[in-house]
Structure formats: C-alpha cells, structure tokens
Design a protein. Structure first.
Length: 304
C-alpha cells in the first residue's frame, strides 16, 4: 500500500500464513461518527508482518482500534499511539494492542504512547514471550495500562498503571530505564512467595526512579508469614526516589509490612510489630539493643 492504511469502524484485517502488508502510515479504528465500534487487525503466524513506515494509531479520534500480534508474527512502525487523541482533547478513543507468543514482536522506530490524551484509553499487553521494542521509549500516559509477562526493549515512563501479570504470577522485563511519576501506579499481585511465578515482579535492566504508588494485593487463600519477602522490582543498575504511597493489604495482628529500597530494586517484607524492634528488621535481637543504645541510651547522651 503506497498510501495509508485506514480501518473504519467494524472493519477487520487478518494477515496470516506468511502474508505481508506495507503502508506509509496506519489508522486502525479511525473515527466515524460516535460509534466506537472496534476495528481489528490480526497479524499471526511466523513470517507474517505488517510494516508501517510512519505513524501507527490504534483508536483515532472517536474510534476504537485493536491490534493482535501472535504466533511469531511481526509488526514494525514509526511513532505509535495506543489510544490516540488526534490532537483534540474533547474526543474519545480507545486502543488495545496485544503481543503474545514466542517470536511475536512490535518494533517502533520512535515512541509508543499508551493513551495519548485525557479522553483516551489504551492498553498494551505483552505476554508469553512477546516483545515490544521502541528506539525512543514507551510512555504509559493518562489512562494507559501496560500489562503482561513479556519484554519491553526500551526505556519506560509510567504516568498511569503498570501491572506485571501472569498465572498466577508473572515477570515483566524492561531492558532500559524505568521512571514512575507521581501519578503512576505499579500494581503487584501475590499468590505465593516465588518471584515471577507465584507473585508478580518488574525486572529492570537500567536505572530506576521511583515516585507515585505501589499497590500490592494478595490472592484469595494466600497469607504471607513473618520473614516472607517480595522483590517487587529487581535487577536495576541503580535506584533513586521512593514510592510516595504504598497501598498494602491488611495482615494479622502482630505482623507489619516493611518497605525497603535496595541497591537494585524495591522489596516488601513481612515483619513483626514488636515495640522493641528498634532497627525495624522484623525481629528482636542484639542489633536492636545496639540501636537503642546508640539512639536512646547513655551512648547517645553528652557528658555535660
């Protein structure tokens, strides 16, 4: 296609069995009246591809666009919006992109924005070995969601919601830097204590800069014990900032959550609510006596 690829409401395009479609730009789910009926592009099977030289928009104006990349298929594009405001803050749009399965990829020469305006909704799910790559970065904006247990080969900026999701736990990998702003939330669920298997985890290969909220939830039937630790963020080269808000589930009497910024990430640990636990490590031992002496005992007083 030497021009642009445009799918209006209620249109479907399937590229399979090694087929290829090329276009200068693409709008999947372009605005048409106020219908918000989905337009769908499915790229599936090894060797199948959609190549967009310019911008790719999912849900444009008042449209709703869906992109599914599965079973080893590939999509390439320039800048992309998953839920595009079309430079009009009063129009609504919705975009959904799912990249799933080993060998399935979406490669962007520029930036991928998930929800590009306050009236847009966007969801990007990368799962089961799927990969999303961006030469610039991936931005989770406004009403956006980044979900899954696949890999993001890019820097990631979170202004909305990121949730590593698996069954029952999953590890979402970010090879670049991870920055969460004050309006961002990292959601983590736990059904056990095995990282990336029974509880969700964010693995970051670059630097981490934290702000905003971490929201930790427990699956029905699971209650952690004293000493259990959940490495929520791991693998970073450095960590700066801290979560300004921790939304944590209730624990039985005598147990508390301990938040720990570490050199390579962030952890939550279950401790005991002892009044003599002066070093706040979840137990009462000799280190607590040393802490008490240093801060509150004679060693902390002057000779005068």
């Amino acid at each position: 296609n030497g021009g642009g690829l445009t799918l209006w409401s209620d249109a479907t395009l399937t590229i399979s069995d090694g087929g290829t479609v090329t276009s200068n730009e693409a709008a999947i789910g372009n605005e048409r009246f106020d219908s918000m009926v989905e337009s769908i592009v499915v790229v599936t099977d090894e060797g199948s591809s959609l190549a967009v030289d310019g911008e790719l928009n999912l849900g444009n104006g008042r449209g709703a666009g869906v992109l599914l990349i599965a079973s080893g298929a590939n999509v390439s594009s320039g800048d992309a919006n998953v839920g595009n405001s079309n430079n009009n803050s009063d129009t609504q749009s919705a975009g959904t992109a799912t990249i799933t399965g080993s060998g399935s990829r979406w490669d962007s020469d520029g930036e991928i924005v998930i929800s590009s305006g306050r009236h847009t909704e966007g969801t990007l799910t990368v799962s089961n070995g799927g990969v999303v790559s961006a030469n610039d970065r991936v931005v989770v904006g406004t009403n956006g969601e980044l979900l899954g247990d696949g890999t993001i080969e890019a820097d990631v900026l979170n202004r909305a919601t990121i949730a590593p999701v698996g069954t029952p736990g999953g590890r979402l990998a970010i090879t670049g830097d991870f920055v969460q702003e004050d309006i961002g939330t990292l959601q983590i669920g736990a059904a056990g204590t095995t990282p990336g298997i029974t509880y969700d985890q964010l693995a970051v290969g670059g630097e981490v800069d934290l702000d905003g909220a971490v929201e930790f939830s427990l699956e029905a039937g699971f209650m952690p014990a004293v000493g259990d630790q959940f490495d929520v963020i791991t693998g970073a080269t450095s960590v700066s900032g801290q979560f300004s808000n921790a939304i944590l589930p209730g624990l039985p009497k005598g147990m508390i959550w301990l938040e720990e910024n570490q050199a390579t990430g962030f952890s939550l640990r279950v401790g005991t609510a002892f009044t003599a636990d002066f070093d706040v490590d979840g137990d009462v031992a000799g280190d607590d006596l040393a802490q008490w002496q240093g801060d509150f005992g004679l060693n902390g007083k002057s000779d005068s």
